[in-house]
Structures are given as C-alpha cells and as structure tokens.
Ligand binder design. Structure first.
Ligand code: PMP
Length: 355
C-alpha cells in the first residue's frame, strides 16, 4: 500500500439539510420557499428546445445578469452570477481572502463559512455573538484579512440594521467585506444602495429563498466593477460554464416578475408573524426574525427530542447539535396550513410537559 493519502486535501464537509424521500412531508428544514416559482419560469421550461443543449451556455449569463442589473438599478458590469450563492461565496473566498491575517465571521452563523476557510486554507477567527445573539461591532476592530457576515444572520434570523454593517465596511477599508444577504427580501435592510460608496463592499444574494428557485441554483454578487472583474477572472480560471443555458432563462423569468415576487414574500412575512405569535403563546423564546425562518427554544422542551418526534410525525425542522445553539430549533416558514399543523403538534408537546 502506498502513502498517496498524504497528498489528499482532507476536509470536513458542510452537512446540508435532509431532503426527504417520503411524500407528504411538511418540510420546514432547509429554508425553501413553499410557493412555486413565478409562472414565467414554468413557461421557459415548457418552451425550451432540447436541441439548444448542443451548445455551450452563454458563459457570461447575459440575459440573467441584465435582468438582475435592471431590477436593482446597477450596471451589468457590477453583477456576478454563480451556481447558488454557495458558489458565489466560494469564488469570493478564492478571490478576496488571500491575506495572512485571519478572516472574521460570527461564531454562530452559516455553517459553510468555516468549511470554505478550511478547504481554501484561509486562516479565520470567529467573533462570538452576545448572549442575545447580536453581533458586537467593536469586537471586529482587529487586524483581519476580510469579513463575511450575513444580513440577517442565519440561523438566528436577526439583523443588526444597515448602520451596523455600514460601520463594519467603513472600519475595514483595506479588506473586502462580504455581506451575505440570502434572506434579505423577508424584511432586512439591504446594503445594495451602498455599493458605490464603499469599494470594498460585496453584497451576495440568492434566488433560492425569496424567488423559489433553490433547485435551479442561482446566486449573485453585486459590487463595484473592480471587485466584479476580479471575481470573473477567478471564475473563468476555474470553470467558465458553471451555469447551464436553461437556468439562465429560468432566473431571468423569475427576476422579471416583480409582482409575483412581492406577493409570495408578503405571504411568507404574514405567516411568519402569525407563527411568532403562536410560538410566543406556547412559551417559546426567539429573536426577532426578519427571515423566512424562526430560531426558537422552549424552557421545558428538549430541542433534540422535539426535532426527532416531529420528524417521526412527518414534520422536518432543522436542529444543530452545537455548543450555544443546541437548545434551539430552526423552523422554516411554510404555508399557513403547514404552520398550523406544526403549532398543533408543538402545543401537545408543551402541554404534555406541563402536566
Ligand atoms: N448564505 C446563507 C446564510 C444561507 O443560509 C444559505 C442557504 N443554505 C446560503 C448562503 C446558500 O444558498 P444558495 O447556495 O442556495 O444560494
């Protein structure tokens, strides 16, 4: 036996939420949108000619980039698209996080951040959130190679408000600061209006949540032209054709239907607020989520047990067996009926514990 394993890049991979094989699951575990994508998306699928697939896709995804640029009132040269924001963020690590100082991100956050850092050999330090899961600005006042932070944060659902993130960007002019706005459309204040004020600000968003296209894998970054050009250079040095021809058109159709987007996001926000009231009534404790999920704990319930019991009942939520958050469940906002079923089940569990 040789020792070729010495040269293997060994990583502990990110663990995605479970995609159940059974039908009739109430799926509240991966922050998907419970509504279908815009009607124009289905139309693109129906009209698509298989013969088109002979050709390579448009490497610069022009139709999609233009639709995004038009929607946000920026130049096409300020938009970078990738295969989900996971791809966009991975490319951003490769492009911008090459310094010797560690990059910074919160201790409780998207659990892919440390995985990419390990994979790309980027040194990092995690900055603890306070006991209410808020980020503390002054804790980021230290030499660093860059910052990545979600607005609002995941899995907590909490946003710190635009002034906080702006200050972070302002205090680190020599580093790229990535604001991951995967959930911004559900009530946060985007940093997009500031991309011309700060040349070190990169805002990343996704079609996976508010635009119901998790299965198509579309993410994008918006920032000044220079940042985007550097990102493109790295992407074209990695794989030119990451996004397929069909997806480019699906994304364009989704972005163009502004009314449908507003309607779906509005319904999810209403259901979230209803769910908050119900969870509160049952004694759950949680921060003020501005996302399509709620991160909640209950003083009398064991989160790991509830997670398992719900799973057996066909209700999937997310549980992270990690220090500081092991008492919490992350519950995606589904349709109102789905949330009613969840609340009824939780109510029984709470009652059983108080008897
Ligand atoms: N950022 C955050 C904070 C997320 O929760 C997710 C979803 N898992 C992503 C990025 C990646 O989303 P996607 O690759 O589907 O765009």
């Amino acid at each position: 036996m040789g020792n070729w394993e010495e040269n293997v890049r060994k990583v502990v991979p990110y663990v995605p939420g479970e995609q159940p094989k059974r039908a009739n699951i109430i799926k509240l575990n991966t922050n998907e949108n419970p509504y279908p994508p815009a009607p124009g998306v289905e139309e693109v699928l129906r009209q698509y000619q298989a013969s088109e697939l002979r050709k390579y896709p448009d490497a610069s995804a022009t139709d999609l980039v233009n639709a995004i640029a038009e929607n946000y009132g920026v130049q096409a040269s300020e938009v970078f698209v990738g295969v989900g924001s996971d791809d966009v963020i991975a490319m951003s690590y490769l492009t911008f996080f090459n310094g010797k100082d560690p990059i910074l991100f919160p201790d409780i956050t998207y659990s892919f951040y440390d995985v990419w850092a390990e994979e790309f050999r980027v040194p990092y330090v995690t900055i603890p959130l306070d006991q209410d899961f808020h980020a503390v600005l002054s804790d980021y006042d230290r030499p660093c190679g860059g910052i990545i932070i979600p607005n609002p944060n995941a899995p907590t659902g909490i946003t710190e408000g635009r002034a906080f993130y702006e200050e972070l960007v302002k205090r680190h002019p020599n580093q790229v600061v990535i604001i991951d706005e995967a959930y911004i459309d559900f009530g946060g204040e985007s940093m997009l209006p500031l991309i011309h004020t700060y040349d070190n600000l990169l805002v990343v968003q996704t079609f996976s949540k508010s635009r119901s296209l998790a299965g198509s894998r579309i993410g994008f970054a918006i920032g000044n032209e220079k940042l985007i050009k550097y990102l493109m250079d790295v992407k074209y040095s990695f794989n030119s054709y990451t996004m397929d021809s069909v997806t480019i058109q699906l994304g364009r159709a989704a972005m163009e239907d502004k009314a449908y987007f507003k309607e779906c996001v509005g319904k999810i926000i209403d259901t979230r607020e209803w769910t908050k009231q119900e969870l509160k009534r049952l004694g759950f404790v949680f921060g003020d989520s501005k996302t399509n999920f709620i991160f909640a704990k209950h003083p009398n319930l064991d989160a790991a047990e509830v997670f398992q019991e719900l799973r057996e009942e066909g209700i999937f939520v997310r549980y992270f067996p990690k220090e500081r958050i092991k008492d919490y469940l992350r519950i995606t906002i589904g349709r109102r009926e789905e949330m009613e079923t969840l609340i009824a089940s939780l109510e029984k569990k709470v009652q059983a514990k108080s008897c």
